[in-house]
Design a protein around this ligand. Structure first.
Ligand code: PLP
Length: 388
């Protein structure tokens, strides 16, 4: 049975060109970039080249604004803890959206408990759009940091980060965005926006797991969260993950080259899938902001089914999708994102996320369109009566 992988928001396949770029760093370019000899110098040059490729993809002004990390979670933690660690006294409040990834939300919730910081979680509407009035009201001279994601991992909804960042700046706060689901999927152009900190993760853009980066605008003070060597200009101690970093650079270079042509093709396939499913399955609705979404994601709520059962049955047909967020998998409760959007109860338990990549083909979408309606029908048996 051929398999169809539509879970690219959980992780992506490493591009073969990325793997090829990475391979020599395991066996030939294996030096420690801090070493003074030739082995070290070659590794150091490889890291510098990768830093430039990451800079170029996100449109940062300077390569030294890129700090390599172990992935999205660490980038988020370094941004938040690092920014708070050097925040001006008197600024004790954090503003996030209620639909942030747990890497941001759980961290901020624990900071509220352990450090007594005040946390504002801004609600979203039924389409997953941020409540702009609540956001404006939450910002004040007490705000130390705002952290709002660029694109939501479950619905693909894109937040207006440029406007949100500008408002944060007016309040004198730092602005961080978790762009893990955005980088490589839409143009980021960080330099011309008032973004201070931006997180990205390699494994969401065809690089391996365990590598990521944090953009730190020049002039933003960031307190290091690990003590040790002075790697990454003192912002992240520890010998660099040269293979991962080189792979991330290669993945960013590929994404930069392909984003303009890939995006409309992926969006067209996603739209075919979405409209096809809505036409074939009664009691189905799309979650998220169809006006402002990443091209690769559609999150569909099916009434009268359990999403976990859909995911398992589709898996038996060789189709890999996700029930809401991969990070929330294993739980039968609707995700915090679905809850925050106020999705009605009969739909909330049946949310299935289809996330495409540049490797997705039209034939795969046809296969999904053929299988999903039958799977939903089988699971519903006679439990579902479409509204007249
Ligand atoms: N932020 C978002 C929006 C994500 O989707 C993810 C992963 O799913 C992360 C952060 C965590 O990234 P990583 O898996 O690289 O730690």
């Amino acid at each position: 049975m051929t398999s169809v992988y539509l879970d690219n928001n959980a992780t992506t396949r490493v591009d073969i060109r990325v793997a090829e770029a990475m391979l020599p760093t395991l066996t030939e370019v294996f030096g420690n970039p801090s070493s003074l000899h030739a082995f070290g110098a070659v590794a150091k040059a490889a890291v510098a080249a990768a830093r430039e490729d990451v800079r170029a993809l996100i449109g940062a002004a300077h390569a030294d604004e890129i700090v390599f990390t172990s992935g999205g979670t660490e980038s988020d933690a370094l941004a938040i803890l690092g920014a708070l660690g050097s925040a001006t006294s008197g600024r004790t409040e954090i503003v996030i959206s209620v639909v942030e990834h747990p890497a941001v939300r759980r961290l901020c919730q624990s900071l509220q408990k352990t450090r007594g910081l005040v946390l504002h979680e801004i609600p979203v509407d039924g389409h997953g759009r941020l409540d702009r009035a609540a956001y404006a009201a939450a910002l004040s001279a007490r705000t130390a940091l705002v952290s709002i994601m660029w694109a939501n991992n479950e619905t693909g909804t894109v937040f207006p980060v440029a406007d949100l960042a500008a408002a944060a700046k007016t309040a004198g706060a730092l602005f961080h965005t978790d762009a893990v689901q955005a980088v490589g999927r839409l143009p980021v152009g960080v330099a011309e926006r008032m973004i201070d900190l931006l997180s990205l993760s390699g494994h969401k853009l065809h690089a391996p797991k365990g590598v990521g980066a944090l953009y730190v605008r020049r002039g933003v003070r960031l307190a290091a969260q690990t003590s040790g060597g002075s790697q990454e200009r003192g912002r992240r101690a520890g010998t660099e993950n040269v293979p991962g970093i080189v792979a991330l650079g290669a993945a960013c270079a590929l994404a930069a080259e392909r984003i303009a042509s890939d995006t409309p093709r992926i969006a067209a396939l996603r739209d075919t899938l979405e409209t096809g499913l809505l036409a074939r399955v009664a009691g189905a609705r799309v979650l998220g902001d169809s006006e402002s979404r990443v091209a690769n994601t559609t999150s569909i709520a099916f009434a009268a089914v359990e999403s976990e059962a859909v995911v398992r049955l589709l898996d038996r047909h060789g189709i890999a999708v996700s029930s809401g967020s991969a990070c929330a998998a294993g739980s039968v409760e609707p995700s915090h994102v679905v809850r925050a959007m106020g999705v009605p109860e009969d739909f909330a338990r049946g949310v299935v996320r289809f996330s495409l990549s540049r490797e997705t083909t039209a034939a795969e979408i046809d296969r999904v369109l053929a299988v999903v309606p039958a799977v939903i029908g089988e699971l519903r048996a006679d439990r579902f009566e479409p509204a007249a």
